[in-house]
Design a protein. Structure first.
Length: 574
């Protein structure tokens, strides 16, 4: 201990508080009515108000600004949120002394992680933000805090991974823009998405890892478990594979086959899988057991939308192609025809054709050995155009379930499909391609009856006018300006940086809406670069310049009334 004399006892009589300052220290020293001495940081950990101006009762000090109460003996918070640092204190030779020895850094970090856990479970986002800053200042990587959010979701999500998983992966793109402790600005958006759905929820039960046997046997057993909706068996198998140290490529193939078997949860499961793999590739696989296990649990519990009546014709078509799937995969990858050039006809069928037109066009392209990567790119561009065609007047309509968030899923699904084909190609991609084409085509009933296309602005005249048009919801002008910027050939990085900053400055209220804005922003720029087409960016601008109906309670009431009193089913076009 490094004892430092702070006051003679005569200068701090019993029942008084005074502040001692030295170097970076600012300490509230308390001499109680009973003669005990205590020392804690003078700055309240909540918002920094001086605790020395608080009120002492026994061993409890109250911050009079917001009524936080701290136990002087150890600094723990007995009413409020996080604890305050305490220092050993004593009286020796009529001198009040305080030990200013630096704390054990590892203990400090452990205590901060524990405090963050407590903040997350109560959704105390101010506390979580402060703890995140303190952890970064103690040397914890901001990327580790992003992964923490995904792990939190994995631990508490009742039915498996939620939007917190892809948002954690996407928020990594923001970190280079926010160095050091500034990283808390994007991180807190990700952490709020992870915390809010799971307030005070118990951790999900997890089955013990199961010996998977050989990789081939395990692959088959996993698919059988998924098809039987045996979530415990499926998770136990993948946990066993991870415990054995199998390469993630082994169980990645299982996951892709399972995702390709059904169109799941409005496309979420393919989106989540791509983001799961990206998160592990960028931050390591130390937490694969938690993240992959939760993803598998969600995969098994996912709604199999291809079992709905609307999907019957596609199911029959896919059944007729069962024997061709692997040959078609080989033909469009290893033996692809680089001269195939019927992309515009395929896109037209997807956007405007009838269902059988879509199936026929995709099948024809596959049989003509169109490169699978090109087909996925065409679907991605079609998804961007579908967003541009969306009738924004439908978004606030309480009689329709589909909204802006619904149509954004088309683009994020197609981006995930394109990335899957590019990075993790396997025969399951053929079925995923058909799913994507049908998913995009189904939404044509949400199109506006007016042409979305605009002419470029007269000239590219910088970032500020474009941002003003977006902020003021001037959609035609914003679309024209971004098109002019694209055609000018100028670097779009300033726009990307500015929009990324907007995304974490509370452009919306509900975390689920923020999550979609974050995801679509990353997708827009990734697809723009991959496709060399302005359509993905135009789609993002269309989203950002449209009013979003965030609160849906009125619609919920209308749906309840119609169903209970009239037996009407909620109307959905997609």
């Amino acid at each position: 201990m490094t004892w430092t004399t702070v006051f003679p006892t005569e200068d701090l009589p019993q029942g008084s508080i005074s502040v001692f300052k030295k170097d970076e220290h600012q300490i509230a020293v308390v001499h109680t009515q009973t003669g005990d001495v205590y020392a804690i940081d003078n700055r309240c950990p909540h918002e920094g108000y001086p605790l020395a101006q608080g009120t002492v009762s026994g061993c409890v000090l109250t911050c009079n600004w917001h009524n936080y109460k701290f136990d002087l003996r150890d600094g723990s918070c007995v009413m409020g949120e996080e604890a305050v640092r305490s220092y050993p204190a004593r009286i020796a030779n009529h001198q009040i002394q305080v030990d200013l020895s630096p704390p054990d850094i590892e203990k400090v970090k452990k205590d901060l992680w524990k405090s963050m856990d407590e903040g997350m479970i109560e959704n105390q986002m101010g506390r979580v933000a402060r703890d995140a800053v303190r952890l970064i200042e103690q040397g914890v990587l901001a990327s580790s805090i992003a992964v923490y959010g995904a792990r939190w979701d994995a631990k508490y999500a009742k039915y498996g991974s939620t939007h917190a998983l892809p948002v954690a992966a996407d928020i990594l793109h923001w970190l280079p823009l926010y160095p050091e402790a500034q990283a808390v600005v994007p991180l807190i958006q990700s952490l709020d998405v992870a915390a809010r759905p799971h307030i005070r929820r118990p951790a999900r039960f997890r089955p013990e890892p199961m010996d998977p046997g050989s990789p081939g046997h395990a692959h088959q057993a996993f698919i059988q478990a998924v098809e039987a909706e045996d979530a415990a068996q499926a998770e136990a198998l993948v946990r066993g594979a991870i415990e054995k140290g199998w390469d993630s490529k082994v169980y990645r193939a299982w996951l892709l086959d399972a995702v390709g078997a059904h169109f799941l949860d409005f496309g979420h499961q393919l989106i989540y899988l791509v983001k799961l793999l990206e998160l592990m590739e960028r931050t390591g696989e130390a937490h694969a057991d938690e993240l992959v296990g939760s993803y598998v649990f969600g995969l098994v519990n996912g709604t199999r939308e291809d079992l709905l009546p609307d999907w019957k014709t596609l199911n029959l078509h896919l059944a007729s192609l069962d024997d061709e799937v692997e040959p078609l995969f080989e033909a469009t990858t290893t033996h692809a025809n680089p001269r195939w050039s019927d992309g515009e006809s395929l896109k037209a069928a997807i956007l405007d054709g009838k269902r059988r037109d879509v199936f026929a066009a995709v099948t024809d392209a596959l049989r003509k050995r169109a490169p699978l990567t090109e087909l996925a790119a065409i679907l991605s561009e079609a998804a961007g155009e579908r967003m541009l065609r969306f009738d924004a007047d439908l978004d606030p309509d309480p009689s329709i379930q589909d909204s802006w968030l619904s149509v954004t899923h088309i683009q994020t699904y197609m981006a995930a499909l394109r990335q899957t084909v590019d990075r993790y190609p396997q025969p399951a991609c053929i079925r995923l391609l058909f799913f994507g084409a049908f998913f995009c085509n189904k939404a044509r009933g949400l199109d506006h009856d007016q042409d979305w296309q605009v002419d470029p602005w007269s000239k590219h005249d910088g970032l500020e006018p474009l941002l003003a048009a977006i902020h003021n919801k001037q959609r035609p002008e914003a679309l024209a300006r971004i098109l002019a910027w694209h055609e000018s050939g100028h670097d779009l990085q300033p726009f990307k940086k500015a929009i990324m900053e907007v995304c974490v400055e509370d452009p919306a209220t509900r975390p689920i809406v923020i999550a979609h804005i974050i995801k679509n922003t990353i997708v827009a720029f990734e697809e723009y670069e991959a496709l060399d087409s302005p359509v993905p960016l135009l789609a993002l601008v269309a989203l950002l310049t449209s009013p979003l109906k965030e609160r849906r309670i009125h619609r919920v009431a209308k749906e309840a009334l119609a169903f209970v009193t009239e037996g009407k089913v909620p109307k959905s076009i997609m």
